[in-house]
Design a protein around this ligand. Structure first.
Ligand code: CP
Length: 323
């Protein structure tokens, strides 16, 4: 595996062995068998964010520090982008100062524009660009989630039954996590069911990619509009809300309020799942929206281990891109 100087924008750009290699690297960093304390010596990362973040921002900042480097948080609104300086000039200039640029920027009412911006920066920066969540993907989150699944379910986690479900949230969120999970599952030959209400289909570009890769790599992809039925026999129930891609903001809000009662993960769903099934969510989450408080804080939940793994996987990603 040689990922030196590559961008990390979508998992579609990586092979199954590259994804496995990053997970293996994260395991070694986490258990201390791979020492990375000086790996980023004299290196500076930029974190250019226009959208709020707790886990992604802090885990990258801590990863950089613990690897001997430094991460500078750059609030989008404090740059000249706010005065219409171009992304091209921003990319050209910041890549003269930084060793990698980690970007989070999107607006869910302009689906696809966030990715266009990321691609433009990538074309004009000669340093690795890392996607910290845009309107299409959240690759770093899903890499951390795969590490968590491997830890909790064992080496053969690919053979387990993962149910990835839409859940109600008042806020309209990016479909980055489900898209990246769909891609990762298809590359690794996992068995995954996506459960979501009618009208909340994922981007056909991602579904087509996944179906084609499943033909090659094995695994399975099922789609259900009934969360209770989909939960039957699950090893993982992973809940995540996203905005409907083909509805206006108003239509989406109206629809999600109407269907809310059927799309909150509760003990009813875990009664259908395997007895040792785990509950996953990338956080942030409001108890009573995507899942009930007893599930979020109950015996199935691995949410804080999942959040911790963001740190270990960010280190592995930085280790590979900045060799
Ligand atoms: N899961 C996730 O990306 O969390 P933040 O939005 O807090 O970074």
């Amino acid at each position: 595996m040689n990922l030196k100087n590559r961008d990390f924008i979508s998992l579609m750009d990586f092979s199954p062995s590259e994804l496995e290699g990053i997970i293996t690297r994260a395991e070694a960093i986490k258990d201390g068998s791979l020492k990375v304390e000086r790996h980023l010596h004299r290196k500076t990362l930029g974190l250019l964010f226009s959208v709020a973040s707790t886990r992604t921002r802090i885990s990258f900042q801590v990863a950089a520090r613990q690897m001997g480097g430094h991460a500078e948080h750059i609030n989008w609104e404090d740059t000249q982008l706010i005065n219409h300086e171009s992304l091209i000039d921003t990319a050209e200039v910041t890549s003269r100062y930084l060793d990698a640029l980690i970007i989070r920027s999107y607006n869910m009412n302009q689906y696809g524009k966030g990715r266009e911006a990321l691609n433009l920066v990538s074309q004009h920066a000669n340093i690795p660009i890392i996607n910290a969540l845009d309107d299409k993907d959240h690759p770093c989150q899903v890499m951390g989630d795969l590490l968590t699944m491997k830890e909790k379910l064992g080496e053969d986690f690919r053979k387990k039954h993962v149910v990835f479900t839409w859940g109600y949230a008042k806020r309209q969120k990016s479909p980055g996590v489900p898209h990246s999970m769909l891609v990762a599952a298809s590359l690794l030959g996992m068995n995954i069911t996506f459960a979501y209400p009618e009208g909340f289909d994922l981007d056909a570009e991602y579904v087509d990619f996944a179906r084609e890769r499943i033909e090659k790599n094995g695994g399975s992809l099922l789609v259900s509009n009934d969360l209770l039925n989909a939960s039957e026999g699950a090893d993982v129930i992973y809940v995540k809300s996203w905005k409907a891609l083909n509805m206006s903001s108003e239509e989406d809000y109206e629809q999600r309020e109407r269907i809310r009662p059927d799309w909150c993960v509760s003990e009813h769903h875990f009664q259908r799942a395997k007895s040792d099934a785990i509950f996953m969510n990338c956080l942030p989450l409001i108890r009573g929206e995507q899942a009930t408080a007893d599930v979020v804080d109950g015996k199935h939940s691995v949410l804080y281990d999942q959040a911790e793994n963001r740190l270990h996987i960010q280190k592995a990603i930085l280790h590979e891109l900045l060799r």
